[in-house]
Structure formats: structure tokens, C-alpha cells
Design a protein around this ligand. Structure first.
Ligand code: NAD
Ligand code: UD1
Length: 338
């Protein structure tokens, strides 16, 4: 069964390709390599002993993407392609709406034309903004504070409207990821951010490997266990498996729009993550307490019970496994895919 995987060369997409293959699907990858390298796909091929079909195509390019649709009978599309840096989205809002919203429109229109009605979308816990309470369930209010978050919520709204239309044939699954970290156990594929990382785990990894000097811990005066920010870190392989279950789920379900949190349900503070990383790596991660980062919230973790009940999926890997896999990837590939 051919499954279109946009953004399949990226961090989450590359892990999802492996899990889709293991589950018997045939992922067909589309990526413009704006935030990834072909080397990632070469390693995915090597890990699966298979040459996956891939197209260097921009999802906004309707002509090129329609040629891809003409070559395959897709059973579904899993749409990872998009831009994801919050700070950058404030500097380049048009670029974010163009890639994340207009790009998704091109994809959805082609899916409708080619009668491909199963759509899985990479949404984010960012749509909950600063939540009223934790853990956060799928019925919680949504609100966004930056163009990146707004672009995710817009695609969610478009998807819900699509499914409300008379005679709708679409089955949409909106997956709200919490904080994906870690890497494939082989250490061959992982997260390879451009420049200085914004997110905690890649930053900590680069301090541990000696590429960066010290971690800045953004605030120690939050109302949390030790004052530092609490997040729901989820192993990227668990997350990838969640997509396989979501795909199997919508293939069997009636046309509608389904929404799931993909998180573990556990929150860890910045200092707890640093400690776990130090233990796993045997390295010291020197840090300073810095000012709070603008836009950050105290605590964010999922109520993950809906995905468990409906998708029969729950995250399995512990924080120790997440950070030890992250370290294996970082220490074996200090310069990422270069
Ligand atoms: P990533 O940047 O590693 O992967 C995205 C991939 O999409 C890249 O390979 C990039 O080259 C490709 N791409 C971007 N724009 C494209 C376009 N117009 N046409 C074709 N390909 C394009 O990011 P990721 O961490 O793997 O995230 C995947 C998806 O999950 C994104 O939509 C992201 O917003 C969402 N998400 C990520 C996180 C996270 O923390 N990583 C959290 C929540 C949601
Ligand atoms: C960020 C994004 C969010 C996105 C998520 C997953 C912001 C404001 N939010 O969330 O939209 O969905 O990534 O990709 O960018 N921290 C430090 N020092 C660092 C980096 C991070 O102390 O150098 C702290 C943060 O303050 C936070 C925690 O580590 O408490 C996690 O940060 P990060 O990995 O950036 O994820 P989020 O802030 O949850």
C-alpha cells in the first residue's frame, strides 16, 4: 500500500518511514530538503535494506506534486513537510504561512482530485498555548501566540471544515505532538538542526559533545518541581509508531476528523533532563540559570489516554532511553549528516 510521506527526510518523517515499512506499508517520500539532507534517506534505505522511492519536490509546487500523484495510487498521505522554528516564524510569517498553510492546501486539493482521502497531519501541542491546566486533553481550548502555532491551528481548522462539508469523503487525523526527542537506536538517524539549536535536547547534546560551551537554562522560578520548565518529552520512535497506528485507525474508520495528543503523559523539568542526559552519556553538561525565554510556559504535558483508548497506542520508551539514544546519535555523528 503506497503512502505519501511529505517531509520524509526530516527528523520525525525519517523515523516514520522506517516504522511504516516495518508495518508493511510502502512509504513514498516527497521532500524539498529545505531542512534535511539526502544522506538521511540513504541511511533509512540502509536500515531497511530497501530503496524507497523519493521525489525532490516542494509540496507548494502543484504541477510537480500532481506528477507524483499520477505515478502512484496512494492510500493515504502523512504530511510532515513544513517549517517549525517558532522564533523564525515571527521573523518570516509569510514564509511560514506559505509553506505550512498554502503548501497543505496544494496537497489537500490534489488529494481530493485523485480521490486520496486519508490524511494524517503533524500538528503540535503548541495549539494549546499556555494551558489552563495540565495534563492537557484534546478538548482543551486552543490558542496560539506566534505564526508557527497559528499555521498549525489554521490547518486543523481547514481539516475540520473539510470534514464538515456535505458528502465529505475525507478521513483526517490531527496528531498533536508534545516534545519529540531521541533518535533511532542504531545511532544512524536523528535530529540534525541547522545552526545553533533552539530546542533543549539538541542543545544539551551539543554541549556534551563539546560543540557548545554551556547550556542556558531559561528560568528557575516557574511553579514547577525545581523551578525549571516542565515538558512531555516523547521518544521519536514512539511518535513514529503512533503514526502507523493512526494510519491503521483511519483506514478502518468512517469519514471524519479525529484529533489525538501524542505524548507520554509525564512531565520532566529541564534540570531532570540534564541529569538524565549526564547519567546516560557520562559527560558533564555545564549550565547557567538565565532569564525566562519569551513565550515559554511553566508546564506542558499530555493527557495521553485518548490515543491509548482509540489507537491502542502508548509511548513505551523512558526518559533514560530517550537521552541515551539521543547521545548515541550525537556522539556518533557530531556534525549530523555532514
Ligand atoms: P524537520 O524540519 O526535520 O522535517 C520537515 C521536513 O519537511 C524537512 O525534511 C524539510 O526539508 C521538509 N519540508 C519543509 N518544507 C517543505 C516543502 N514546502 N515541501 C517539501 N518538503 C518540505 O521537522 P520535524 O521535526 O521532523 O517535524 C515534522 C513535522 O512535525 C513538522 O510539520 C513540524 O511542524 C511538526 N512538529 C514537530 C515538532 C518537533 O518538535 N520536532 C513538534 C510538533 C510538531
Ligand atoms: C518549543 C516551541 C514549540 C514547539 C516545541 C517542539 C518555543 C517557544 N516553543 O517548545 O512551539 O512545538 O518546541 O518543537 O520555541 N530550554 C532551556 N534552554 C535551552 C532550550 C530550552 O532551558 O537552550 C527549556 C525551555 O525553556 C523549556 C524546555 O527547555 O522549558 C523545552 O524547550 P524546547 O525544547 O525549546 O521546547 P518547548 O519550549 O516546549
Amino acid at each position: 500500500m503506497d503512502i505519501l510521506v511529505t517531509g520524509g527526510a526530516g527528523y520525525i518523517g525519517s523515523h516514520a518511514v522506517i516504522e511504516l515499512h516495518k508495518a508493511g506499508f510502502n512509504p513514498v517520500i516527497v521532500d524539498n530538503f529545505s531542512n534535511s539532507k539526502e544522506e538521511a534517506l540513504r541511511r533509512v534505505n540502509e536500515l531497511c535494506s530497501k530503496e524507497f522511492t523519493f521525489y525532490r519536490t516542494d509540496v507548494r509546487d502543484a504541477v510537480a506534486l500532481s506528477e507524483v500523484f499520477a505515478k502512484h495510487q496512494f492510500a493515504a498521505a502523512i504530511h510532515f513537510a513544513g517549517l517549525k522554528a517558532v522564533g523564525e516564524s515571527c521573523e518570516q510569517p509569510l514564509n511560514y504561512y506559505q509553506n505550512n498553510v498554502a503548501g497543505t492546501m496544494v496537497l489537500l486539493e490534489l488529494m481530493a482530485q485523485h480521490a486520496v482521502h486519508n490524511f494524517i497531519f503533524s500538528s503540535s501541542a503548541t495549539v494549546y498555548g499556555d494551558p489552563d491546566s495540565v495534563p492537557i486533553n484534546e478538548a482543551a481550548a486552543t490558542r496560539t501566540t506566534n505564526p508557527y502555532g497559528a499555521s498549525k491551528l489554521m490547518v486543523e481548522d481547514i481539516s475540520r471544515d473539510l470534514c464538515l462539508a456535505p458528502n465529505n469523503a475525507f478521513k483526517v487525523c490531527l496528531l498533536r505532538y508534545f516534545n519529540p526527542i531521541g533518535a533511532h537506536h542504531s545511532g544512524r538517524i536523528g535530529e540534525d538542526p541547522n545552526g545553533i539549536p533552539n530546542n533543549l535536547l539538541p542543545y544539551v547534546s551539543q554541549v556534551a559533545v563539546g560543540k557548545l560551551k554551556r547550556l542556558q537554562v531559561f528560568g528557575d522560578d516557574y511553579d514547577t518541581v525545581d523551578g525549571t520548565g516542565v515538558r512531555d518529552y516523547i521518544h521519536v520512535v514512539d511518535l513514529a509508531k503512533g503514526h502507523v497506528r493512526a494510519l491503521q485507525y483511519i483506514l478502518e474508520k468512517p469519514a471524519d476528523c479525529y484529533t489525538f495528543n501524542l505524548g507520554t503523559g509525564n512531565g520532566y523539568s529541564v534540570l531532570e533532563v540534564v541529569k538524565a542526559f549526564e547519567q546516560a552519556s557520562g559527560k558533564t553538561v555545564p549550565y547557567d540559570i538565565a532569564l525566562r525565554r519569551a513565550g515559554d510556559i511553566a508546564a506542558c504535558f499530555a493527557d495521553a489516554s485518548l490515543a491509548k483508548a482509540e489507537l491502542n497506542w502508548q509511548a513505551e520508551y523512558s526518559i533514560e532511553r530517550m537521552v541515551s539514544d539521543a547521545w548515541r546519535w550525537q556522539s556518533k555523528n557530531p556534525n549530523g549528516y555532514e
